[in-house]
Design a protein around this ligand. Structure first.
Ligand SMILES: [Zn+2]
Length: 261
């Protein structure tokens, strides 16, 4: 960000009172109903949704509203539109990265900096680790952490940068599943997704490998043993050491507004 842009930019304040009630537009109502039906029918990722003509009839909306509704869901990654003659909408994935994409636009508008994002990441991962270690199902806790007792998952390749980042996120994802709260798991993972995305684009975090393997092994052991406070503080320390490296690389950029590239 150039000095000129920095001087001019002015974030938009976060509304103190959010809108409580807002009537849904037809396209949004259709999107809501479609999501509901996907779940009620037990559909899973990549399952094919009905063709457009069938949906027009079933949901009683205009072609315009239908396409707008599908587009709404496609942007969120909740459905995918396959192009081509055999194309059409299919069920998508619940991927915190897509929530991160939306969140990063809010972060930018509100003037949230990388420094703030990093802080939220450390807080969030600490909460997930502590809750995960408190999971009363000791057998499940051990089974989930066992593959990570040596650090990175042994079955995950890590030569390629994308694989390496995926291997890192796999540990954090597994741990978040032990928190047994999908609202927390989804929203608190958003921060790490955004940071990881940036690292994948701007940086090569593989030099952190030794540190990460060592940290993960320690955290996995604490969760395995059910030492909640320790799991939380080890995790915060782990995230903070990654942040220190990323911040050094970013320099003044830590005070830039969060952006999704
Ligand atoms: Zn990690």
């Amino acid at each position: 960000v150039s000095a000129g842009v920095r001087a001019r930019r002015r974030p938009i304040e976060i509304a103190l009172v959010g809108s409580v009630v807002r009537p849904l537009k037809t396209a949004e109502r259709f999107a809501r109903d479609l999501v509901r039906d996907i779940i009620d029918r037990g559909m899973q990722p990549d399952d094919v949704l009905p063709p457009e003509a069938a949906m027009l009839e079933q949901y009683g909306v205009s072609r315009e509203s239908l396409r707008e509704g599908l587009r709404l869901l496609e942007v969120q990654g909740l459905i995918n539109i396959r192009r081509g003659p055999a194309g059409g909408p299919v069920v998508g994935y619940v991927d915190p990265a897509n929530l991160g994409r939306t969140a990063s636009l809010y972060f930018h508008m509100s003037g949230c900096t990388y420094r703030e994002l990093f802080e939220a990441w450390a807080v969030g991962e600490g909460i997930l680790a502590e809750r995960g270690a408190r999971n009363p199902d000791a057998e499940r806790r051990r089974a989930t952490m066992r593959p990570f007792l040596g650090g990175l998952h042994p079955d995950m390749p890590d030569e390629e940068l994308a694989d390496y980042i995926a291997a890192h996120l796999t540990f954090h994802g597994a741990l978040s599943s032990l928190a047994d709260n999908r609202a927390l798991a989804l929203t608190l993972r958003v921060y790490g997704q955004i940071v990881s995305h940036h690292m994948a684009i701007d940086d090569d975090p593989r030099f952190l490998r030794e540190q990460i393997v060592h940290d993960h092994a320690d955290i996995a052991r604490a969760v395995y043993d059910g030492r909640a406070k320790q799991a939380g503080s080890l995790m915060v320390h782990h995230i903070e050491s990654i942040i220190a490296q990323v911040s050094a690389h970013l320099g003044d950029g830590v005070d830039d507004y969060v952006e999704w590239h």
